[in-house]
Design a protein around this ligand. Sequence first.
Ligand code: SF4
Ligand code: FES
Length: 360
Amino acid sequence: MSEQQLFKVTIDNITIEVPAGTSILEAARKIGGEVAPPAMCFYSKLKGSGGKCRTCLVEVSKGSEKDPRPMPKLVASCRTTVMDGMEVKNITSPKVIDARAGVVEFLLLNHPLDCPICDQAGECHLQDLSYEHGKEGTRYEFQRRTFKKHDLGPYIQLHMTRCIMCFRCVFTADQLTENRVHGVLDRGDHAEIATFIEKSLDNDFIGNVIDVCPVGALTDKTFRFKNRVWFLKPMDAHRDCPKCSGKVTLWNRGEEVFRVTARKDEWGEVEDWICNECRFEKKHSNDWVIEGPREISRHSVISQGHYLDAVKPTETFLAVNDGRAPHLLLDIHTESDVNKPEIELSLINGPAHSNNFNSK
Ligand code: SF4
Ligand code: FES
């Protein structure tokens, strides 16, 4: 068997070797962290995705060892494959940072400022992108797009005004279900995601469109307006499901399961597709075998307030008191019955209750 050809590529001054045919984006993800460009439309598990949103633009400062000329324009890293000896700049390129701010401005032209009431807030890729690259104001003076309401059935809510036309949901329906009934209608700024003759999307795996949607255009009707994701505790759980892997993340508050989603990796992509029954109909902890708290590796407001990998603050009192110890120091742990240091919050199965602290 012939050996797989490896290409050397340098991204933001870090060199790695990847198999020929790898895209710049995937090579950058192998390095990880900030070096990986943001991606609003590419989805590694969906064939044909990418090339729509332009958030993943990078500068190719050296084409390859054989032809070292730089590429004249910024390129979409999800759709450009690496060449041997290629040199790429992402966060080290002021041009890229500037272009990305422009792309964010375009994506927000028609996007409503719904974050305070949008169920996606806290895990929205556009919200993160705007926070990192967006500008305070908008130069857009025209009326924003409005759409006729479409009913997508009992489980999925469509807010077309929030859609960024990434096509992920269309690919998901095409590749995961037997009969896609929704798609992109019309063109240009009239283009919209819709179902012809308002058919309901009732395929077994259609709920996955909620997980792939990078914004709040497709959300879970069974969770709508019920809670904010950062108030919930994500727990890995599984069940014996005849239709899918049954491996999910439960979003709990106390014993109550507020929503069920697929497990997502650090790029915000689903690890295993889950079926509608697991997602929409198994909303009781007894339906699941709880594995433990889910670690959110993607940087997000959701990771705040979770106890995994918590780092205790260093002692600041001496530092702010010129090295002098206080005359009297009360320890809240000894003075009160709560927050006992010997209670390891990350080991508690589910959210902590007063009982955890009262037990002798
Ligand atoms: S509804 Fe969501 S997943 Fe579908 S095209 Fe719009 S933004 Fe993308
Ligand atoms: S992620 Fe590359 S163009 Fe959208």
